[in-house]
Design a protein around this ligand. Sequence first.
Ligand code: AVI
Length: 330
Amino acid sequence: DALRIIDIRSKKHGDADDTTRRDILDGLRSSPPMLPTYILYDAKGLQLFDAITRLECYYPFASEVSILTQYAKDLAASLPDNSTVVELGCGSLAKTRLLLYAIEGLRKRTTYYALDLSSSELKKAINGLDHGLRYVSVVGLHGTYDDGRKWLARARSKSSGPLVVLWLGSSIGNLSRVEAASFLAQFVKESLIPGDMFVIGIDRRNDPDIVWKAYNDDLGITRKFIFNGLSHANRYLNQVFRLEDWEYEGVYHKHEGYHEAFYSALRDVDLRGIVGNDSGYLPAGARVRVEQSWKYSPHETASLFDGCGLYPLRRWTDAAGMYDLHLVHV
Ligand code: AVI
């Protein structure tokens, strides 16, 4: 079978570049200053994130893998026949393959759509699935979450077969609690119909030291991953960031339950020329936020689902009780 990758990006490439540049500048003008989290995910960023997932300290990945290793068959059995499965941010497919082969083992006809931001990484990931998938057909979708949601709404209007949205890796944590709820609610409203399902991996509010270490590894891989975001941003801003002016800083806010990743200025940094106003002046010690990783207590998860019209069907948890995979339906 020829590799199928559909470009679903709503904007032509040049427009997307303009949007990125505008998002970066808007972020730097806001108070406190920030960079858009998606700046972390160019092709190099996806590779570095993949390296993070191989770190022992980055437990969310290992926890989710252990859940899928143990329960993929159970999850596959809970999915409807002839379903369309769409994964938001499929990454390297290292985890998803466990589910795909479980579905194949049960001989359930399924079309699996893998959505991600980098078409080169998408190609690699799909090519890396060895053959032997006869019941599961695999299609790549090149675009953002938003492109994916819109594409899904269009696909939904053409077919009424069961739809399953897969959102693994606790990626929901990269949205604030309010954003996460409205993202899910919008999905439910625009792209799903009663009976459709969501499979969502969510990291719990674990021991603060363990969470902090997950984002501050001794090998400095996370640091490299975060710094790559600055290099990526530089491609849109004529290289205004000098990497040697910045350091990575990770903070876990244990009361609120989120980890925050910053670029922290090692000396006064003057970006007024490109930012266009005084907010471009960042004195030594100033922080530019690039990522938040929110964690959920069981109660917070329950009210999240409740608030957006999603009903829990099943939940699978790792042996250490640190992470859950939720199957919910509309
Ligand atoms: C993809 N996302 C859920 C990861 C997280 O845990 O927030 C990205 C990451 N950032 C640093 N390490 C991993």
